[in-house]
Design a protein around this ligand. Structure first.
Ligand code: HEM
Length: 162
């Protein structure tokens, strides 16, 4: 099945028609999507700025990471569900859109950065000062923030690109 066939099939399903035709569904999903964005990006901002050494420097990095990481994963699941619903409503426009796939790739990149540089900090007994990859922590934190900002731009641009 090609992507074109899949989007045509999905568009015609009663589920996709309901998402498109009931007037309050899309605005409600978009509102939840935006609220979840504030949680993901807010958590990333505080955690990355701590790892970059410019914010909350009076707290241990692992304390800050532990506080926000769980919220980040929960909000990402909410984004996946709400984003998936929006894509289901208009698969012909969204799933064939290059900005949408660029956004998905950037989300994977941001999640990988989060996973590799924050998960180890949660292990009891782990000390960042002794980690071999310590020199990469600050650049990775700034890169992670830049990637999240690009994700936001891509999200908004889906509507204006093909
Ligand atoms: C995790 C999976 C995600 C999926 C499947 C997804 C999917 C979508 C879809 C389909 C749209 C509607 C685009 C349109 O119709 O024009 C959208 C909008 C948007 N997304 Fe996501 N998204 C996800 C995560 C994220 C994340 C992590 C962010 C930001 C950190 C984000 C930021 C945005 C923004 C800013 C919009 C525009 C909202 C608006 O103008 O109403 N999305 N997303």
């Amino acid at each position: 099945m090609t992507l074109q066939n899949f989007t045509t099939w999905l568009y015609a399903t009663p589920f996709a028609s309901t998402i498109r035709d009931v007037p309050w569904i899309i605005p409600a999903i978009q509102s939840i999507h935006i609220l979840a964005i504030t949680i993901v990006v807010g958590s990333a901002l505080v955690s990355d700025l701590r790892l970059a050494g410019v914010f909350a420097t009076d707290a241990m990095p692992n304390v800050v990471i532990r506080r926000y990481l769980r919220w980040m994963w929960i909000a990402l699941v909410v984004l996946l569900i709400t984003g998936g619903l929006m894509a289901t409503g208009e698969p012909d426009r969204v799933l064939t859109n290059t900005t949408f796939w660029l956004k998905m790739s950037l989300i994977v990149a941001a999640c990988l950065l989060t996973w590799f540089f924050r998960r180890p900090l949660l292990h009891p007994g782990f000390h960042l000062e002794h980690a071999r990859w310590r020199p990469f922590v600050k650049p990775a934190a700034w890169l992670s923030l830049a990637v999240w900002v690009c994700v936001i731009f891509c999200g908004r641009w889906i509507a204006y690109t093909i």
